[in-house]
Design a protein around this ligand. Structure first.
Ligand SMILES: C[S@@+](CC[C@H](N)C(=O)[O-])C[C@H]1O[C@@H](n2cnc3c(N)ncnc32)[C@H](O)[C@@H]1O
Length: 199
């Protein structure tokens, strides 16, 4: 399967004003699992260039609040309820910074974080696992009871072990493949709902 960077979702995103084709993954998964509702506080990890932030801001609406974080700078978004910050989410004080900015418990954590691939399979898998674990640690630290967590992981990562671990701290956790995921991509999403705080 050849790699086609400018596929239908790419063109649709350009037409509809989304910053990335990834926006359609969140739209689709939210339609199926309703992880984001109007008025909620949402934290988006690995948010650049901001496609998921745009979708989360639409779904949470002006009564909600959306905070995005990434290593890369993110161009300001329209809407006073959505803000983006530059941050290495694996840095030791990342959780404290997010907590301070969120200023209260969070309803939904999203993570579309992905490592820059080196082409060395073991190294890439290790980095992907590190990001997945980092996102899980942040979600556990900031989610309110019964909150939701939607995150990306990769087939090289032991997803069975991850799902078992998730089962301890969420009421449900399931693996999802988005229609907007490119054919041949190793990405997988996990939707976890009903955070059991204190576990
Ligand atoms: C696939 S992109 C996210 C796309 C985004 N969801 C959108 O819709 O526009 C993955 C992002 O993860 C970010 N990332 C990777 N490692 C990170 C880290 N340690 N801290 C913060 N962001 C990270 C990358 O900089 C990249 O922007």
């Amino acid at each position: 399967m050849s790699y086609r960077p400018q596929d239908g979702f790419f063109r649709k995103a350009k037409r509809e004003g989304y910053r990335s084709r990834a926006a359609y993954k969140l739209l689709e998964m939210n339609q199926r699992f309703r992880v984001i509702r109007a008025g909620q506080v949402v934290v988006d990890l690995g948010a650049a260039p901001g496609g998921w932030l745009q979708v989360a801001a639409e779904l949470a609406g002006p009564r909600g609040r959306v905070l995005g974080f990434d290593l890369q700078p993110i161009q300001p978004l329209s809407g006073a309820h959505v803000n983006a910050f530059e941050l290495d989410l694996l840095a030791p004080r990342a959780v404290e910074r997010i907590r301070a900015l969120a200023d209260g418990a969070v309803d939904c954590v999203l993570s579309d974080m992905a490592p820059r691939l080196s082409g060395i399979r073991d190294a890439d898998n290790e980095r992907a696992l590190e990001l997945t674990r980092g996102a899980l640690e942040i979600a556990r630290a900031i989610l309110k009871p019964r909150g939701s967590f939607l995150f990306k992981t990769f087939t090289g990562v032991d997803t069975e072990a991850l799902l078992k671990e998730m089962a301890g701290c969420f009421q449900t956790a399931q693996r999802v493949r988005s229609a907007a995921t490119r054919k041949g991509s190793s990405e997988i999403y996990v939707v976890a709902k009903g955070f059991k705080a204190g576990r």
